[in-house]
Design a protein around this ligand. Sequence first.
Ligand code: URA
Length: 267
Amino acid sequence: MESTLSPHDALASLIWQIELGATEAIGDAPVNRYELPEKAAKTAVAPKAEPPRAAVAAPALVAGPDPAAAAQAAAAAAMDLEALRAALGAYPHCELKRGARNLVFSDGNPAARVMIIGEAPGRDEDQQGKPFVGRAGQLLDRMLAAIGLMRGAEAPQEAVYITNVLPWRPPQNRDPNAEEIAMMRPFVARHVALVNPAAVVLMGNISCEAGLGQRGITRLRGRWAEAYGKPALPMFHPAYLLRTPAAKREAWADLLALKARLREMGA
Ligand code: URA
């Protein structure tokens, strides 16, 4: 069928598909899905009749594994960062994994004194398998550079180590739900224990929920707390700063507080 789309509409449609995560051609030839039902009907196997209700096992009686307990056990068994990455990759209970292209584990120097914990990968992070590489990540790099920190730095005092609460991209960049956060929390806690930074930065509400058990970043930001057994500074997420440039003032104050605290700790 000839396309009647204008180049403008075709481009808009492509951008829309990319936004939804359809970023790869998976076949050389196009598939006309409108023709498929007819063919499918010819080859379809008749569905099995439903068994009588009484014969179906009651789901409540089938005890599934507790995802948070399974995460706790898998995370505790990981003795180094490579083992933790492998344990995350093998963890089967988070549905987000199915829709993601890559596991996004971390970036930066594991010897860094500062560990940044973001929320979840977006499209760019999912494609590259690294946290904070999109627009928000570029802003994060500029913010860190302003206080002399860099993810690529070799010296631990100048370096940062970056991860997220969620290692898989949620569909359409939706917020992770409470269950997903709870099942990933043991992995984040183990991640912090293995890196053993002097301080953690909790970027945004999801990170505060995982680390502090509370949201409300406008109230929490800039106040030192404790998360994962470390001094923790909640900060506005760089994606929020891109949408709300006026909040950069507070973010700058928080960066200075981080720098001062690191200096005090001799870190
Ligand atoms: N936002 C996050 O919280 N993490 C990323 O890795 C990218 C964007």
